[in-house]
Write a protein that binds this ligand. Structure first.
Ligand SMILES: NC(=O)C1=CN([C@@H]2O[C@H](COP(=O)(O)OP(=O)(O)OC[C@H]3O[C@@H](n4cnc5c(N)ncnc54)[C@H](OP(=O)(O)O)[C@@H]3O)[C@@H](O)[C@H]2O)[C@H](O)CC1
Ligand SMILES: [K+]
Length: 503
């Protein structure tokens, strides 16, 4: 699903009005109708509804919604914030439609003195500002937002919480943003919904389709996309009857150190559960027996060191290489890593301490094989790319790094972001907080190595890998819950995740 900027949404809106064709007031009626349907299905018993309305079309949506709710016997009070003399034509028309209705109460607010008391059982509809917000809130709108946030009422934001910018909130006044329980976004999610620091404003969010024109949605370019099952499924390569294990590639996993052999086991098992033809796992000598016992399907390559990674086998037979899970940052590992980066010609997955080694030796960034995939969590990301004060800026740095070095850079977390060399950033919707657990990243590395070895191109392997990993975690959490979920559970649910994805 494409994610557009506020400016693009306005263009898509205008295109729809011209080419469907539909009048803009009817499009607003359609948007309000969708929100109305959502509210009556989630809050079916008519109850007290206080609708706060701003000067633009977001306010217009709120006014049309107020009329619909009043018609359905909800006790509706509408508060029109007189912030400026300007009011959009559609908001004005919807204001006229309710001005003489006796089914609702209409108030004009010129100061915070007329702010009503908000009760716990009230539904507050936030229709003050939408995608047309151009600057941080001040004066009356700021005061109203603070009062809404101080209440216990259930807050439903239309399109986007008022005060939140669709993309960049690095210079915003964070005290002037509505903290919604639910955000009902029209047709597309906003980029800001996918950043962790905005979760407290957005609450639970849903996208409500309002029938914007499919032609422009398809042709309008965007750098941001939210993955869907249909899209990820469309990337899968079919398996053919006469395929053999050579068809699905031979991958090399460099993993494990003294005390961290579990990482090698987890990544190997995940790789084997994701369709790889042959897997060789290179480990320090001490791990030999445990590896052969725990993962009999994997071949083992033994390092001369008992405890760390210091060398690697002949690379000619491998279609892809993964390095990082459970290795250490010792000097000899660093030396072996330099040699490996210079020699390797196939795509690589670079994870964990392998990322940290590169972060500590920035000169290595110039050696990175094209088509590599980096899979840092936020701390590793900072060591590799640099620090930033907010997620939007971090995302810009991430996209820039991927483009500059010609590689895929995945930032792990809720809505894992995968930035590709050509500039697109995909966000992954699968996964849950139970997956923030030891070994979860090792499993992901194993899955991606497996996909690369099977011949998927780097960014596609990263996309399928992230989606599948999160899906396995989601399916596991249904049965084991989020607290008890372990990395081994994610592996155990990979078969179900594959079936679910291909359904
Ligand atoms: N997705 C769609 O296609 C549809 C969306 N709809 C709804 O429309 C809004 C967007 O409407 P728009 O009128 O563009 O924007 P707003 O409602 O957010 O309001 C813009 C007006 O507010 C002024 N403004 C902006 N920031 C501030 C501020 N901080 N303080 C005071 N005033 C502010 C702005 O003035 P400018 O000076 O910036 O020009 C505008 O006057 C969308 O979110 C949906 O809810 C349609 O209903 C259906 C189709
Ligand atoms: K809003």
């Amino acid at each position: 699903m494409k994610i557009f900027t506020a400016r693009q949404i306005a263009e898509i809106d205008a295109y729809t009005i011209e080419h469907e064709p539909i009048s803009s007031i009817d499009l607003m009626e359609r948007a309000a109708g969708q929100i109305f349907k959502w509210i009556i299905s989630h809050f079916p018993a008519p109850q007290s509804c206080k609708v706060f309305v701003g000067p633009g079309n977001n306010g217009g949506d709120g006014l049309a919604l107020a009329r619909m709710l009043a018609d359905k016997n909800y006790a509706v009070e509408v508060f029109v914030l007189r912030i400026t003399d300007k009011i959009s034509d559609e908001a004005e028309a919807n204001l006229e439609r309710i001005r003489n209705l006796n089914t609702l109460d209409l108030y004009e607010m010129t100061s915070i003195e007329s702010m009503p008391w908000l009760f716990k059982d009230d539904i507050v509809v936030d229709a003050i500002f939408g995608s047309g917000l151009s600057r941080p809130l001040e004066e009356l709108s700021l005061d109203v937002v603070k009062a809404i946030n101080a209440s216990d009422a259930k807050v439903i934001a239309i399109d986007i919480p008022s005060g939140l910018m669709g993309e960049d909130n690095s210079k915003n006044n964070l005290r002037g943003i509505v903290r919604a329980d639910y955000t009902l976004s029209l047709q597309f999610p906003k980029l800001a919904f996918l950043f962790p620091e905005n979760a407290e404003y957005v609450g639970e969010w849903e996208v409500l389709p309002i029938g914007l024109h499919p032609e422009i949605i398809q042709t309008e370019p965007t750098a941001y996309k939210l993955l869907t099952r249909e899209f990820v499924k469309s990337l899968l390569m079919p398996r053919k009857k006469f395929d053999h294990k050579g068809t699905y590639g031979h991958g090399l996993l460099i993993s494990g150190s003294y005390g961290k052999m579990g990482a090698a086991i987890l990544a190997s098992r995940a790789s084997l559960r994701s369709g790889i033809g042959l897997l060789t796992t290179h480990i320090p000598r001490l791990g030999y027996q445990i590896m052969q016992t725990a993962v009999p399907e994997a071949m083992v390559s033994i390092d001369r060191s008992d405890i760390i990674f210091t060398e690697y086998p002949d690379l000619s037979q491998f279609k892809a290489v993964a390095i990082g899970p459970g290795i250490d940052k010792k000097q000899n590992s660093f030396k072996a890593m330099i040699d490996l980066l210079k020699e390797v010609k196939v795509p690589m997955v670079i994870d964990a301490d392998a990322i940290n080694i590169i972060g500590e030796h920035p000169e290595l960034k110039e050696e990175l094989p094209m088509g590599s995939i980096f899979t840092p969590h936020v701390k590793e990301f900072e060591r590799l790319v640099g620090k930033s004060g907010d997620s939007y800026t971090r995302n810009c740095m991430q996209r820039e790094f991927a483009k500059k070095h010609g590689l895929s850079l995945m930032l792990k977390g809720a809505y894992t972001a995968i930035c590709c060399p050509e500039g697109t950033c995909y966000f992954n919707p699968t996964g849950n907080p139970g997956m923030a657990t030891a070994g979860s990243g090792d499993v992901l590395t194993g899955i991606i190595l497996s996909l690369l070895s099977q011949g998927y191109s780097s960014h596609i392997a990263a996309i399928i890998g992230a989606y599948l990993h999160g899906l396995a975690g989601d399916l596991a959490s249904v049965d084991v819950g989020v607290e008890a979920l372990t990395a081994s559970d994610i592996i155990d649910y990979l078969p179900k995740a594959w079936l679910h994805l291909k359904k």
